[in-house]
Design a protein around this ligand. Structure first.
Ligand code: ATP
Ligand code: MG
Length: 426
């Protein structure tokens, strides 16, 4: 027997039975984002590796060891995108979108070669938003309110909001010095990764997931003591705005996020219900990135949420079944079978909304009827030679014990759609 191939470790198939919940989450998020005036953007899954090196930062887990990169046939170095922000910025610069404020959103798969575990995969999906051209704390607040509303729509409770400010470049510079001083005095308590980062990117150390490092991190100097006047004002206005909107939050001065481009506001929505992988959604401001990637100096802020984690959180809620088929068309006899697909098209012409599955593959009436039953359809449409001749179809309810009736072809669709409105589960 031929060898059976499997999906790549950390990359998962989403099977039909799972899609109801995914669609529900994706559709809810899409409707919500659009209702706030955000417009969708789709960018390629492959980008020049340099885009991520220059944006996410050379000394980050993602760029150091998690990217799927390869050389194209012409020698160009390419990477599967590990996140969406860099691509959005590239596209916004490339297509001159930055001469006015933009509210953009995206969704799609991201790729990181992490150690697979619950809530952490090598291909995962994000929905994110990026806003360009707005500098004030009001838009930071809007993004947080929007995500908060999404949790509400999805019926999620118990999510905690953590926020922090990373200040402006100068503030961070001064903080960095203080942090290095603190950490250098405690070198022996640092793990290997952190010791290396001490020279290259000390703020990253605060983002360490190593439990042995947490006490050291908790005692480290706080960036909030280093904020300049403007960054401080921005942050206090955001806190005040969130308070006014009735959003509970906690200021966490060690929150730095895993990417280098953030400044001022950073935030995370966290849950306790998913074990170690508790960050559901993360975002922040990245005012320098557009210029860093060759565009004009344009302020920017955004977030991304992980769909696998969100869907996992919703698993405790009742499943969202896909809408049932209205009917399954069963055709018995050679001539009826030959006509079935054509008649099905005529029914579909009558209403683009009709959910009709037409039996393919022949077989006895009994075996076709069994498939009709299994399809979950509300009715079986029955087409025999005799029905064909008379221009009618038999209609047999599959969900209850009602009698089989008969309708002329022209009124089958009306009947099926009317039955839908009579059904309380629709
Ligand atoms: P974490 O701290 O959990 O590693 P991160 O800081 O790398 O997250 P971001 O890059 O900001 O996260 O991505 C935003 C969101 O995308 C995360 O909060 C999470 O929900 C999701 N996410 C990130 N990496 C993965 C992954 N490998 N598998 C599944 N979801 C992920
Ligand atoms: Mg990560």
């Amino acid at each position: 027997m031929a060898k059976i191939l499997r999906a790549i470790r950390g990359m998962h198939d989403l099977l039909p039975e799972q899609m109801g919940r995914w669609h529900w989450v994706e559709d809810s998020a899409r409707r919500l984002l659009e209702s706030y005036g955000y417009e969708e953007i789709r960018t390629p899954l492959l980008e020049p590796t340099e885009l991520f090196q220059r944006s996410i930062g050379e000394v980050t887990d993602i760029v150091e060891k998690e990217m799927y990169s390869f050389q194209d046939r012409n020698g160009e170095l390419l990477s599967l995108r590990p996140e969406g922000t860099a691509s959005c910025v590239r596209a916004a610069i490339e297509h001159n979108l930055l001469d006015r404020p933009q509210r953009l959103w995206y969704r799609g798969p991201m790729f990181r070669r992490e150690r697979p575990q619950k809530g952490r995969y090598r291909q995962f999906h994000q929905i994110g938003a990026e806003v360009f051209g707005l500098a004030g704390p009001d838009i930071d607040q809007e993004l947080i309110l929007l995500t908060h509303r999404l949790w509400k729509i999805l019926g999620l409770s118990g999510l905690r909001l953590a926020i922090n400010s990373l200040g402006d470049a100068e503030d961070r510079h001064r903080y960095r010095e203080a942090l290095v001083q603190y950490l250098e005095a405690r070198q022996d308590m640092l793990d290997e990764d952190s010791r290396r980062r001490l020279a290259t990117n000390p703020l990253r150390i605060l983002d360490s997931k190593n439990p042995d490092m947490q006490a050291l991190i908790a005692e480290a100097p706080s960036i909030l003591d280093f904020l300049g006047k403007e960054a401080q004002e921005h942050f206090s206005q955001l806190c005040e705005g969130l308070g006014n909107a009735g959003i509970a939050f906690r200021v966490n001065p060690r929150l730095v996020r895993g990417l280098d481009y953030y400044n001022r506001t950073v935030f995370e929505w966290i849950t306790d219900a998913l074990g170690a992988q508790g960050t559901l959604c993360a975002g922040g401001r990245y005012d320098g990135l557009v210029e860093q990637l060759g565009g004009r100096s344009v302020p920017a802020v955004g977030f991304a949420l992980g769909l696998e984690r969100l869907v996992a959180l919703l698993e405790s809620l009742p499943a969202q079944a896909a809408p049932a088929l209205d009917a399954y068309l069963v055709a018995v006899g050679e001539r009826a079978q030959a006509a079935a697909l054509v008649l099905a098209e005529q029914l579909r012409d009558q209403s683009p909304d009709l959910r009709l599955c037409c039996h393919c593959g022949g077989g006895s009436f009994k075996s076709q009827f069994k498939k009709a039953d299994r399809s979950g359809a509300r009715y079986a449409l029955i087409l025999g030679e005799e029905e064909l001749e008379r221009g009618v179809m038999g209609i047999k309810p599959l969900r209850d014990q009602g009698p089989q009736i008969e309708k002329p072809l022209a009124s089958v669709v009306d009947f099926l759609l009317a039955a839908r409105t009579a059904d309380p589960t629709e």
